[in-house]
Design a protein around this ligand. Structure first.
Ligand SMILES: Cc1cc2nc3c(=O)[nH]c(=O)nc-3n(C[C@H](O)[C@H](O)[C@H](O)COP(=O)(O)OP(=O)(O)OC[C@H]3O[C@@H](n4cnc5c(N)ncnc54)[C@H](O)[C@@H]3O)c2cc1C
Ligand SMILES: NC(=O)c1ccc[n+]([C@@H]2O[C@H](COP(=O)([O-])OP(=O)(O)OC[C@H]3O[C@@H](n4cnc5c(N)ncnc54)[C@H](OP(=O)(O)O)[C@@H]3O)[C@@H](O)[C@H]2O)c1
Length: 433
């Protein structure tokens, strides 16, 4: 079996950016043979949230390459040039293209790597390949849409699988009920409810706000309840000094801070990203609710300080026991569909790596995003998008993607293990041929 220098799990922006970096390093004489495995049938960036008016929340200059190499073929500006839209884009006078356009840019970039990416395969397990007492390679097992298993061997691994839907405890028992779905499958699922009378959106972040406005525009009469625990919807703060936390060098500052300081930094700036829609979107929602007041007909409701204590699956709909956190009163409400815009968790790598847990202890990463391991574990395993607690709030976003891939590529090349693994490469290749 062929042994790759690096296998990447997921082919979203993080690993596309890494593929680009490695390709550019190859041109400079460093040859790391990489391969990527993506579970979607083709490239798509949060396809189920590709809403009509959605736009980027980060400057297009924080694309896959510019911050690392502004002269790269893969910059957003070169994409515009290739598509013959550079002048028109300039006349838009924006740093924040539509998410449709950015998705097209990402697809364009991804298409350069079709030869080294297997689409339609979900990685389900990573196993150690031992030589004596040492683990020298990793066996990556994936399953395709026809349930056929595939196995590949790698000397190093990078896991960039994004977030997985966070489902509140009160909804866990409703798993499998098609009337309750997470924002990450919104566009696919909402099609099933063309004539719903009442829909609940749970959450107060960008996803909840975008979905509320989408439902308002999509259906003429559907009543939407926007339900959140917070006292108010607060806008994301992207003012310049605050935005410095998303600078590449801020990662060093966060990483080198004490555990307590890191926690304080994350806490202080949490609302730059989480439970924090864009101000313009908040104003749109306020406008909709204000116009209802003018017309005197209440269609949608904004239920702040409300918590879903219980959700029951009934024939007539999903029944909520809603707790008003101000008055401490409870009441029931029934909905034909429920959208959980309740965010994401980012620890699925631990399940994929479960067979390797004894090597990783508490899954600490070093500055180059490499999981710290026991000395008898030779492969380097990197995490992209799962290091927020150690590297800061930019970790789950596009902000540092380009720079981070350079750090990972450097770590791969400088890795002292890499030298010995590379030296042992011929022997290992024979052993596993
Ligand atoms: C709707 C939405 C909009 C966003 N907009 C912005 C924005 O404007 N600006 C910004 O900075 N950030 C934004 N974000 C944050 C987002 O995390 C980043 O934009 C970006 O997608 C991160 O890239 P990634 O490659 O790390 O993760 P993802 O884009 O999530 O890609 C991970 C990939 O891994 C694949 N995968 C997962 N598990 C497996 C597996 N087991 N086997 C194989 N493949 C797997 C997935 O299918 C996916 O393609 C947004 C997030 C959401 C949900
Ligand atoms: N156009 C875009 O660029 C775009 C679009 C969508 C998303 N995004 C990005 O995607 C990321 C995630 O955003 P998101 O809006 O999906 O998630 P999020 O910001 O994490 O917000 C999740 C929301 O769900 C609520 N919630 C969580 N658990 C809950 C529970 N048990 N019960 C009730 N409410 C609960 C949270 O409220 P509490 O505060 O009460 O916990 C919060 O309001 C962000 O980085 C965001 O910027 C970008």
């Amino acid at each position: 079996m062929k042994v790759y220098d690096l296998i990447g799990i997921g082919f979203g922006p993080s690993n596309i950016a890494l593929a680009i970096t490695l390709q550019e390093k190859k041109q400079a004489g460093y040859n790391i043979e990489s391969f990527f495995i993506e579970k979607q049938p083709s490239f798509a960036w949060h396809a189920n949230m590709m809403l009509n008016n959605a736009h980027m929340q980060v400057s297009f200059l924080k694309d896959l390459a510019t911050m690392r190499n502004p002269s790269s073929h893969f910059t957003f500006i070169n994409y515009l040039h290739q598509k013959n839209r550079l002048q028109d884009f300039i006349n838009l006078k924006t740093f924040f293209p539509s998410r449709h356009e950015f998705n097209d840019y990402l697809s364009w970039a991804a298409s350069h790597f079709d030869h080294c990416c297997a689409y339609g395969e979900e990685v389900i397990e990573i196993l150690p390949e031992k030589r004596g007492e040492e683990t020298v390679l990793l066996r990556i097992r994936s399953r395709d849409s026809e349930q056929i298993m595939h196995e590949r061997l790698a000397r190093n691994l990078v896991i960039s699988i994004g977030g997985q839907p966070r489902i509140p405890d009160s909804f866990l028992s409703l798993k499998g009920d098609p009337r309750v779905f997470h924002s990450s499958s919104y566009l696919q699922e909402i099609k099933q409810f063309p004539s719903a009378n009442r829909i609940a959106v749970v959450g107060g972040g960008q996803s909840a706000a975008e979905i509320f406005m989408d439902l308002h525009d999509r259906f003429q009469t559907t009543q939407v309840d926007l339900i959140m625990r917070a006292r108010s919807i607060k806008p994301s703060d992207d003012s310049p000094f605050v935005n410095e936390i998303f600078n590449a060098d801020f990662t060093d500052f966060v990483f080198n801070s004490s555990e307590q300081d890191r926690a304080e930094i994350l806490n202080d700036f949490w609302h730059t990203n989480y439970a924090a829609p864009d101000l313009v979107l908040i104003e749109q929602i306020f406008n909709v609710l204000y116009r209802q007041k003018v017309s005197g007909s209440e269609r949608h409701r904004f239920l702040r300080r409300h918590e879903v204590r219980q959700a029951l699956s009934l024939q007539e709909g999903i029944q909520f026991v809603l707790h008003d956190m101000n008055t401490h009163c409870e009441r029931t409400e029934t909905y034909e569909a429920v959208v959980l815009a309740t965010g994401y968790h980012r620890d699925h790598h631990k399940s994929l790596l479960a067979p390797l847990t004894p090597y990783f202890g508490d899954f600490t990463v070093d500055r180059q995003y490499r999981l710290c391991s026991t000395p008898n574990f030779k492969p380097a395993v990197f995490l992209q998008g799962a290091c927020e607690s150690s590297h800061g709030l930019s970790d789950t976003l596009l902000s540092v993607t380009a720079v981070r891939t350079n750090e990972i590529a450097q770590a791969l090349m400088n890795n002292s293990n890499q030298t010995s693994v590379m030296q042992a490469k011929r022997g290992i290749s024979t052993a596993f041929a």
